[in-house]
Write a protein that binds this ligand. Structure first.
Ligand code: SF4
Length: 688
């Protein structure tokens, strides 16, 4: 029996761990440590350990499917392509929208973006970053000129003080959580603010439970205390930033005194003072945040407040410091970098910038031009347009996304997708969204392909092929090339390999200019920006100057605003949602992994012990959970580890889908929905 070991990177979270896929007789049969990775040094979390289990699932899509009389019928690739081509050609550019994928490679995100804007000439392309870190991209770009995690993962272990806000790092980015543990072992102080007493909170020297949605108030209060006590980094503020006086005017208001913020957040005033003192006086200090910060109607405000406190304390541009936005999916950073967003091309070059537009139009060489130079719709806006203005959008092409479980207010999403005339879904399983499609195209999974993905720390790493795709499934890049050829654009999609695509990406993207497959083959790979072939890459951003043209960081005076929906008599609790250690997003992969699924087979709602007592609810009892948008039934998990007045549901489980309940209220800039706070009630289920 000969076993082969193929080093690749994990298909789940944005940490970017590497492991070996173990291959026997041409099939992936296991995983094994890959110790040369500087990110995870041979360690992985449970999802990484069992990342082979879904690969050869009997549920994998193996042939194209065409829906006839409401039922899927197997088809040849030519039949599927012919139908798609006929339909795609029948729509005007603005009637078409594309959803790209944070799960596939950079190269394939680039091709989806090029297909939408070049072949279909539509401005509407987006992906699930809209649902997780769109506010990071917008907020950090406004503050620093670049919308990505400023430091590297290894750096976190060098920090003297780590403030975790809106992130359950130990469960959601476990191998980044390991760096918090390492820093703490070396003596670092850890502060954690979270409505739930999570494994991450248990690590903290100072744990502050708070009511979801109070982030800006807490950060303004801490900045007030830091300024009052003279703990700010005066030299940094003076030399590297502007608009400090405007910030001061807001944060020094009485509204943000510890006593007043205590009323908003539920954190005792003394703890707020203590947090400000620890963070203001211990250097270097890093902030780690994730979707607890971003998934709000004030997501951009939250991110800018995090940027404010890090500029105020001079915690930028050095090891152990930084604004560490922990990106969710394996390649959500890369999908953003590749311009799978409605306002930018690759490397965040704006579509409405005439020079950038001309550069891409010239580079791509479509004889009949590309899309009109205007911003397209965000995925959340696409869903609103589909329900509110039927007939404006008619056709959608979705690759590797499952909005029927991942988007807020699923009844609204179902109505929106139902209003499409023609839907193509390209995926590895028949997801809840694929079931609604007119044509389903079977794709290769991460173990069956090469290409690159960019982790949360901007590290661009390789996937490596370990087995062939099942049946007739194809790699996404091949599907794009073949479909583009059928649409009459073979010349614009001439690629023979993913490496050919990457060469084009590197040519048109300044931050990737210096990258080649040869350079990325090394275990340490490269962090962007890497502007030239002799550049070593950039693990820490903003060392000498920020990325704005003048090199200066910009403070933003931000006032606290409550969530769009606040508890009232009818819906008296705050519902917040999130991930758990054993599952990934909509569960399409982890729920097909025998081990992960048997560890945690279904969802639940977490209810504070006192609240449960008042409601007469017992642990494990099935309850009905209701918001203004719908209801689900789920077992209650009664625990003192969640704040009174707050409830939590994981969002992976279709049978008790938390997103039936969540609210599609959007941040006005980033158009990210407020997953992290809506009003909810819980009822006992009485026998009929
Ligand atoms: Fe994969 Fe993330 Fe776990 Fe690492 S921490 S093994 S990248 S899921």
């Amino acid at each position: 029996m000969t076993l082969q070991y193929v080093a690749t990177t994990c298909p789940y979270c944005g940490t970017g761990c590497s492991f070996n896929l173990v291959v026997q007789d041409g099939k992936v049969v296991g995983t094994a440590p890959y110790r040369r990775s500087p990110v995870n040094e041979g360690k992985v979390c449970p999802k990484g350990t069992y990342a082979h289990e879904f690969v050869n699932s009997p549920d994998r899509l193996t042939k194209p499917l065409i829906k006839k009389d409401g039922k899927f019928v197997e088809a040849t690739w030519d039949e599927a392509y012919d139908l798609i081509t006929e339909k795609f050609k029948s729509y005007k550019p603005d009637e078409f929208a594309a959803l790209s994928s944070a799960r596939v490679s950079n190269e394939e995100n680039y091709l989806m973006m090029k297909f939408a804007r070049g072949v279909m000439k539509s401005p509407h392309v987006d992906h699930c970053a809209r649902l997780c870190h769109a506010s990071t991209v917008a907020g950090l770009a406004a503050s620093f000129g670049s919308g990505a995690m400023t430091n590297s993962i290894g750096d976190i272990a060098e920090s003297e003080c780590i403030f975790v806000l809106g992130s359950n790092t130990l469960e959601q980015h476990p191998l980044i959580g390991r760096k918090i543990v390492q820093a703490k072992q070396k003596g670092a102080k850890v502060i954690c603010a979270d409505p739930r007493y999570t494994p991450t909170a248990r690590l903290a020297d100072l744990y502050m439970p708070f009511v979801s949605g109070a982030d800006v108030a807490i950060l303004n209060c801490m900045m007030q205390e830091i300024i009052k006590n003279g703990w700010e980094d005066k030299e940094f503020v003076e030399k590297r930033t502007r608009d400090f006086e405007k910030l001061k005017e807001v944060v020094m208001k009485e509204d943000y005194s510890p006593e007043n913020v205590s009323k908003i957040s539920g954190i005792p005033a003394e703890q707020l003072r203590q947090a400000a003192e620890i963070f203001g006086t211990t250097k270097p200090g890093a902030i780690l945040y994730s979707m607890g910060i971003t998934q709000h109607t004030v997501g951009v405000d939250n991110v800018r407040s995090v940027a404010n406190i890090q500029m105020l304390t001079g915690n930028l541009g050095k090891p152990g410091s930084g604004v560490n936005a922990l990106r969710g999916q394996n390649n959500v950073q890369g999908a953003c970098d590749m311009g799978a967003l409605p306002v930018v091309f690759t490397g965040y070059q704006k579509v409405i910038d005439p020079a950038a537009y001309k550069k891409f139009a010239d580079a791509w060489g479509f004889p009949d031009g590309i899309f009109e130079p205007k911003n397209g719709y965000e995925v959340t806006v696409m869903m609103d347009v589909l329900t509110d203005n039927p007939g404006e959008l008619k056709c959608m092409y979705i690759m590797g996304e499952n909005p029927m479980l991942s988007d807020p207010d699923l009844n609204h999403v179902r109505e929106a997708i139902g209003n499409l005339e023609f839907l193509v879904v390209q995926d590895i399983f028949l997801t809840e969204t694929a079931e609604l499609a007119d044509v389903v195209l079977p794709a290769a999974c991460y173990a069956e392909r090469g290409g690159t993905q960019t982790s949360t720390e901007r590290r661009v790493q390789m996937w490596r092929k370990a087995q062939d795709p099942p049946g007739e499934a194809k790699e996404d890049w091949q599907i794009f090339c073949e479909l583009a050829a059928k649409m009459g654009y073979a010349e614009q999609f001439p690629y023979q390999s993913l490496e050919d695509v990457f060469k084009e990406v590197a040519e048109v993207t300044p931050s990737y200019h210096g990258m080649t497959y040869e350079r990325l083959e090394r275990p340490e790979a490269l962090h962007w920006p890497c502007p030239s072939l002799d550049h070593p890459g950039t693990p820490i951003l903003h060392r000498e100057k920020f990325s704005h043209p003048d090199g200066i960081g910009v403070f933003a005076p931000i006032e606290w605003k409550p969530p769009a929906e606040v508890p009232d008599e009818e819906y008296p609790f705050v519902l917040t949602t999130g991930r758990i250690l054993w599952h990934w997003h909509t569960g399409s992969m982890t729920r097909r992994s025998e081990t992960l699924d048997s560890e945690v087979p279904t969802g639940w709602i977490e209810i504070n012990t006192e609240d449960a007592k008042e409601l007469g609810i017992q642990n494990k009892e099935m309850v009905r959970v209701l918001t203004r948008r719908g209801s689900v039934e789920a077992p209650a998990k009664v625990t003192p580890d969640i704040m009174k007045g707050v409830m939590f549901m994981p969002f992976h489980f279709a049978e008790c889908a938390a997103n039936i309940l969540t609210h599609n209220a959007l941040d006005p800039i980033a158009k990210i929905p407020e997953f992290k706070a809506c009003s909810v009630k819980v009822e006992k289920i009485t026998e009929a």
